[in-house]
Design a protein around this ligand. Sequence first.
Ligand code: 13P
Ligand code: SF4
Length: 307
Amino acid sequence: MDTRDAELIAEITDLRKRRGAVILAHNYQLGEVQDIADFVGDSLELSQRAAGTGAGVIVFCGVHFMAETASILCPDKVVLLPDVHAGCPMANMITAERLREKKKEIPQAAVVCYINSPAEVKAESDICCTSANAVAIVESLDAEEILFVPDQYLGHYVSTRTGKKMVLWPGYCPTHARITPERIRELRQEYPGARVVVHPECRPEVIALADEAMGTGGMRRYAQRDDVSEMIVGTEIGMIHRLRKENPGKRFIPVSEQAICPNMKLITLEKVLWSLQEMSPEVKVAEQIRWRAMAAVDKMLKVGSQR
Ligand code: 13P
Ligand code: SF4
């Protein structure tokens, strides 16, 4: 660690105490940001942590929809997103207005929205899901038809696992879309003993070649299994930091060094410190949207996680 990082960490440590703040970080954050967090996790775990924290201030090291979800769950807390430009391009591939139009075409369908969506879209949905519980959420619904938004690849994966009739919104994650089946084949040849685990945001052709598809929390638990010593990891590169840190004797091979989410990487130690100094940028969801979005998120939290 260089001297500048050590100084920043000392300042953050002091200020977070004085502010009564908790620092939550997603598994894709820069290693040094993960290392100063009170809790590191996947989208589901982070929303559960936000809902349960006693702290008055949440510094959310992740992207905008994650901070919004914390604000939906904790309207009385100050939720800080250290870089206001840290958005999720997939979440921006849908708007509430377009969703309302689509709902008119298929009014019989239940609307399931991936947590990677704006609060206004959650407010238009029946229930929310994350990659950890999407299969369980869809299975929990009585509806014969599901409108799944906005990730077509996660939606496709869920339809193969549940057999449900699903209409898929054409959104996708540009970072996971960069992972190719050719690369999986190459790595399998190079590391024949390794397990291939990919995120369900990957293309169906990639998922078809993997041993397992799961969200980042599932990957973390999978890596800890005694029968796993070598793992090809098909997700954003930040995940590798955590897997290596927690499993020093094991080998983790990223599918692509290019699988970088530039938005996740906007959060730095400097920006965490500035956000605590300025108590800004704050993410706050307007009350008339919040209570409707809350219903969808709350229903999800009651169903729980699948893997
Ligand atoms: P997880 O919920 O699996 O951590 O995924 C979040 C995400 O943004 C994946 O791109
Ligand atoms: Fe959004 Fe993809 Fe980045 Fe996840 S990795 S936050 S889905 S752009």
